[in-house]
Write a protein that binds this ligand. Sequence first.
Ligand code: G4P
Length: 283
Amino acid sequence: MNYQWYPGHMTKAKRMMQEDMKLIDLVIELTDARVPLSSRNPDIDELGKNKARLILLNKSDLADERQNEVWAAYFKEKGYFTAKIDARSGAGMKQIQEIIREASKEKTERDRKRGILNRPVRAMVVGIPNVGKSTFINTFAGKACAKTGNKPGVTKGKQWIRLNKNVELLDTPGILWPKFEDQSVGLKLAVIGSIKDELLQTEELAMWIISFLRGRYAGFLSKRYQIEELGTEPEILEKIAFARGCRLKGDLPDYQKAAALLVDDLRSGKLGRITLECPETLS
Ligand code: G4P
């Protein structure tokens, strides 16, 4: 499988983000808590240098709780402000205002020394496709906040969402592209469904999932499908096929259907809370 693709519009998106960066104080970067590194593009470190930085582990409801803690500590140790959230349900969102205040302390202090009081912190949400940027903005902004109009000179053509008197959020998120440094990044993004389905071979993904789960989450497959986790990957997929009635004519296993079912179950969290990468196994 080859995941190397880079649509031309991403170059434009990056240029636009560079422009938007000039308008903001704080970068709120969303990652997918199941693949916190593979769902980042480290270029943001260069784009967002000199800005306050907040990394959010989103979809933490789908990720392994213990690994959420490990990753939060990892990013914190690297100097980022960080929090785990579930933007869809709103879990973990309450703390964000306070973290933003904390992350912007330096800027507020600089302003104060220059005699500027009460200038709101301007923030921008960034992340690769499908990490939950729109969901986050909707949940965070809620219904209560008003959209501010264009402010001539300073924010021409930009829409800001005023969250409260202290924080304004750019209403369109910045889109980054995943960094396919090695094949495993593309593979993991494919597994969680961040890369379009037509590029994938479901059965190949299923084999990878089976192998990965047996290594790190032993017992998850047997619990979900009431099967024994013994044998080769294709043999296990066959067991899943039979357990779930995925059969072709002549009572042959329908591997394709079983693979699709397995992939869906993983993506939706039905197999359990799973994190696909952890700092200690990074090479
Ligand atoms: P994007 O702007 O970064 O591209 O992502 P978007 O908000 O569109 O979210 C992508 C998908 O991820 C959506 O699902 C969204 O509901 C889901 N999502 C976002 N945040 C969370 C979270 O914290 N937990 C979980 N479990 N899911 C989250 P979808 O299937 O595309 O749409 P829908 O079925 O929700 O309508």
